[in-house]
Design a protein around this ligand. Structure first.
Ligand SMILES: [Zn+2]
Length: 310
């Protein structure tokens, strides 16, 4: 059986939603998302992840058929990738032996990885980075992260990721960050940072989506629209400053920008590109959309099952 012929399930556990796909070949045959489990115990959160995976798996492959399953988490795993060390948006799972707990519930082997790695693998193999050897994936949404895929495999520099990119300082006197420092990349470019910068400029926005609408030509207040567009240009400048650091260290052939912010790429990518040196990597928006992380986890689970079958 060719590796690609094996179906696999991929799950991306985020702070706001759990996204799941069933991957056949290079296609997501099924996909859906459910809201992230709200308040409750750790066991309930793990039950919710297992239930969302079960829902995407065809009935006859449950149990003995042992469909490989991959689960992405927004944060850090232990050295063996069995246990959660710390998840910024899901602290309930901190310390949880997630691999064993999910394997018990699903009756199949489960691969865990950082959500940034999963997104990078998907975009490198099937998305905007196809055909490039070194793909740097930067994702900005609720949080901010990055991963490097080389020939489609995630590079593990520190805690299975390229490092804590969220806390690279961009502006030492900038907005305060949840880590206690000031001006970290995430404090400026994460959803909350976007809204805080907007409020400072007098824009009554509650989310980056609001800021996207305000920057449109159709927005009733021309003054607000002009301020919103300058905020997006500033966002591009900040992203460009971050990419200068990351590209200097990681030498990517291409930079793929994903996460919620990618939907507004035309508003900030031009100013980000202007910040980079002319001979540097191209910077492009992600191609796979909201399910990139889940697709990447299905790919990694399939790799793992074909390796262990050999
Ligand atoms: Zn920080």
């Amino acid at each position: 059986l060719r590796r690609e012929a094996v179906a696999a399930a991929g799950c991306d556990v985020g702070g706001t939603a759990i996204k799941v796909v069933l991957l056949r070949g290079r296609t997501a045959a099924r996909s859906f998302e459910v809201p992230a489990p709200g308040k409750g115990t750790r066991e309930e959160a793990i039950d919710a992840i297992a239930a969302s995976v079960r829902a995407v798996v065809p009935p006859r492959t449950r149990g003995p058929a042992r469909l490989p399953v991959g689960v992405a988490v927004p944060g850090f795993l232990d050295a063996a990738r069995r246990r959660v060390v710390r998840l910024s948006n899901l602290p309930r799972l901190d310390g949880a032996p997630l691999k064993a707990a999910l394997e018990r519930r699903l009756g199949t082997s489960v691969v865990l990885d950082a959500d940034t790695n999963a997104g990078a693998v998907a975009e490198a193999r099937l998305g905007a980075g196809r055909g490039r050897e070194r793909v740097l994936y930067v994702t900005a949404g609720t949080g901010l992260g990055a991963a490097l895929a080389v020939r489609g495999e995630p590079i593990r520099v520190s805690r299975h990721t390229v490092g804590q990119v969220a806390h690279i300082p961009l502006d030492p006197s900038g907005l305060s960050c949840r880590c206690g420092a000031r001006g970290c990349a995430e404090a400026l470019l994460g959803a909350r940072g976007m809204v805080r910068r907007a409020r400072r400029m007098g824009l009554p926005a509650r989310s980056p989506a609001d800021l996207h609408r305000m920057a449109s030509r159709a927005w009733p207040s021309r003054k607000e629209a002009a301020i919103a567009r300058s905020l997006w240009r500033e966002t591009g400048d900040l992203l460009g400053a971050l990419l200068r650091v990351l590209t200097a260290f990681l030498s990517p052939d291409i930079v793929v920008v994903g996460g919620g912010l990618a939907g507004s790429a035309d508003l900030f990518l031009p100013s980000a590109r202007r910040r980079l040196c002319r001979r540097g990597a191209a910077v492009v928006p992600a191609a796979l959309g909201r399910f990139a992380g889940a697709i990447g986890m299905a790919l990694l689970a399939r790799d793992h099952s074909s390796k262990s079958a050999r």
